[in-house]
Design a protein around this ligand. Structure first.
Ligand SMILES: [Zn+2]
Length: 352
């Protein structure tokens, strides 16, 4: 998908069915306006029985913050507003882990989730809204669900800025190798693969909604496609290392970050797939935070009882958490590793 920083276009009417399945913040706001108009219309009745709380309070307290973010990205605060000065360097949204001993506050006004704790996933808006726009030295930090209240990930203007913080992207965020060599900030393999795949499936859904979907834009060279989607499955045999990848990255994608796991257990074969397990069928239209929360819960469960029999499924008291088969447990543990930048040899650190 070509990066685009345009104001999100209105949905074509013929695609309204799809739009219903995509959370639309604009639509949410419109609904509240309609409700307020109804309140106004029945004001006489409300005044008589004195039950109406505050009928004329249409202002979304987060709207100012959304407009501030839009301006920070170089977008008009709202439709028809003047185009602000363009950023010197493009702000990006890094998904990363809070490093040890660095609990920080969430930047969302009115956040009630407490401070961001070491090991938790967070979103770093870099550069931050109050920082120097010439450098990447400043960041604003958010709980991911909090940032989803400000950003509209059904628009490429926001979606394209998401970056998982990994061995390949830390320099883009202005971090030094010495800050990440031990795995600090960096995501586990599972989170990296899920975010990248979520971004692709969401991008496709947006393109289809906007009537500009072109399969060729998403086509990968065959050896890369096979490596990204079939590694770990029984039938996968890499023919050759794709030319773009060095030996380290090839091994990482082939082994550590393979999205499939295959096992014969009790005489029957079992295949497990990361994307099918956490991303859903074909959508990619659910929230990023929801997907990552499901992943984090599964990781906790997979590591919960390391002494348990390797042939038994593990389940949780949480009804929303599906039980994990032995193949799933093995795969999730493998994908809990954090691939770090190559410094002479391949360092891997494991969760937790
Ligand atoms: Zn928050």
């Amino acid at each position: 998908m070509a990066p685009s920083i345009d104001y999100p276009a209105p949905l074509p009417l013929s695609l309204s069915a799809l739009s219903n399945s995509i959370p639309q913040k604009q639509a949410t706001i419109n609904v509240s306006v309609v409700e307020i108009i109804e309140d106004d219309a029945s004001q006489d009745q409300s005044q008589r029985d004195s039950l109406s709380p505050h009928p004329q309070e249409p202002i979304d307290p987060l709207n100012t913050e959304r407009q501030r973010l839009r301006n920070h990205l170089g977008l008009p605060a709202e439709r028809g507003a003047p185009v602000p000065e363009q950023p010197r360097i493009q702000p990006l949204f890094f998904i990363e882990r809070v490093p040890d001993s660095r609990a920080v506050s969430c930047s969302l006004p009115g956040c009630t989730h407490g401070s961001l704790q070491p090991g938790e996933l967070r979103l770093a808006l870099n550069p931050g809204m109050g920082g120097d726009m010439w450098f990447r030295s400043s960041s604003d930090y958010y709980h991911i669900p909090c940032f989803e209240l400000l950003a509209d990930f059904t628009s490429p203007a926001y979606l394209d800025r998401i970056q998982p913080l990994t061995r390949n992207t830390f320099k883009l965020r202005g971090l030094k190798p010495s800050s990440v060599f031990d795995g600090s900030y960096l995501l586990t393999g599972g989170v990296e693969r899920l975010i990248l795949e979520w971004k692709v499936t969401r991008g496709k859904a947006i393109d289809k909604r906007d009537g500009v979907f072109d399969e060729r834009m998403y086509k990968l060279e065959e050896s890369i496609h096979e490596l990204l989607y079939r590694a770990g499955s029984r039938a996968y045999r890499p023919v050759r290392r794709p030319g773009l990848l060095d030996q380290f990255e090839f091994y990482t994608l082939f082994k550590t970050l393979a999205p499939n796991e295959f096992e014969y257990t009790g005489g029957r074969k079992e295949e497990w797939n990361l994307f099918g397990s956490f991303l859903g069928e074909e959508d990619g239209v659910h929230d990023l935070s929801g997907m990552l929360e499901r992943w984090e819960k599964a990781v906790t469960l997979a590591w919960q009882d390391t002494g348990a029999s390797s042939s038994a499924s593990v389940s949780s008291d949480d009804e929303d958490q599906p039980a994990l088969t032995p193949t799933a447990v093995k795969a999730i543990r493998r994908l809990s590793a954090i691939p770090t930048p190559q410094v002479g040899f391949n360092r891997l650190s494991s969760y937790p």
